[in-house]
Design a protein around this ligand. Structure first.
Ligand SMILES: Nc1ncnc2c1ncn2[C@@H]1O[C@H](COP(=O)(O)OP(=O)(O)OP(=O)(O)O)[C@@H](O)[C@H]1O
Length: 259
């Protein structure tokens, strides 16, 4: 079954279109990475999937037209971790991650013991247990990034939209985070759609890639089909070589021009 389906979707800000007739289909339990150069429209595409920018064309999530869903229905179905969220002042990490449970709270709007244990579990999985009582604004960039992801994971949705989830994370935390997301995908069937600047990580974690340039899809398919030196030269003006690790995993290596 298809988790997210876009047919000829155009979207943008005000009168200025950023995405031009983008068609993308993501199967349930799959991981799609959206890649492309700066300003290509990657974040805008994720926002269109989250219903956060006005869009034209057909857009369905979980088999239902996005526009037909209420805010709460959408929040139960789709978790979205933005690239640079506005973090409310004065909240602790636990308070902030608890906000992810809001769409699931009952009529009284009070969190239950179950909500609190979901938050505890997510915090410890993301190595944030020791920071649970800290004020959000005192966290380092990487810690804050993990708190934003924790809030989206605490939402426990079938579809996760992650905008540059590894920005600001060191290589170990980046791997741990992507492994955790992949476990949610394989164990719970969560569908993952993420933008990723790191093309090696995109190749190693996503089953399919969509390459955007100028707001349009210019290539799509398995990582080996999209991450070719020719396409990377054309769309990123980058000089690269595609290598394979001893475990057979694809790596995009930048190459310095010969002097
Ligand atoms: N809120 C906004 N209002 C107006 N224009 C915007 C807004 N957000 C993004 N844009 C413009 O839309 C275009 C696509 O931006 P977007 O953030 O989707 O690109 P991106 O591929 O995610 O870029 P990056 O790799 O630099 O994060 C850019 O030209 C950007 O300036």
């Amino acid at each position: 079954m298809t988790a997210v389906d876009l047919t000829r979707v155009s979207a943008g800000y005000g009168a200025r279109p950023v995405l031009h007739e983008v068609s993308v289909s993501v199967a349930e339990g799959a991981w799609l990475a959206i890649v492309g150069p700066n300003g290509a429209g990657k974040s805008t595409l994720l926002k269109a999937m989250a219903g956060l920018v006005p869009a034209r064309g057909e857009l369905t999530v979980g088999g239902r037209a996005l526009e037909s869903l209420s805010r709460k229905e959408r929040a139960r179905l789709v978790g979205y971790a933005p690239q640079s969220p506005i973090l409310p002042d004065g909240l602790t990490v636990t308070d902030y991650v608890l906000l992810g449970r809001t769409p699931h709270l009952g009529l009284l709007g009070r969190e239950s013991g179950a909500d609190l244990s979901i938050v505890d579990e997510v915090l410890s999985r993301l190595d944030l247990g020791g920071l649970a009582g800290r004020a959000l604004r005192t966290l380092s960039g990487g810690e804050r990034q993990r708190a934003v992801l924790a809030r989206a994971l605490a939402q426990r949705t079938r579809i996760l939209l992650l905008d540059e989830p590894t920005t600001g994370l060191d290589i170990g935390h980046a791997q741990a985070l992507l492994e955790l997301v992949d476990r949610l995908r394989t164990e719970d069937g969560t569908t993952v759609i993420s933008t990723l600047h790191d093309l090696t990580l995109a190749a190693q974690y996503a089953g399919r890639l969509v390459l955007l340039d100028g707001g349009a899809v210019v290539a799509a398919g398995p990582p080996a089909d999209v991450l070719t030196p020719e396409l990377l030269a054309r769309h990123y003006a980058a000089d690269t070589e595609i290598l394979t690790t001893s475990a057979g995993q694809l790596t995009v290596a930048p190459r310095r021009p010969a002097s």
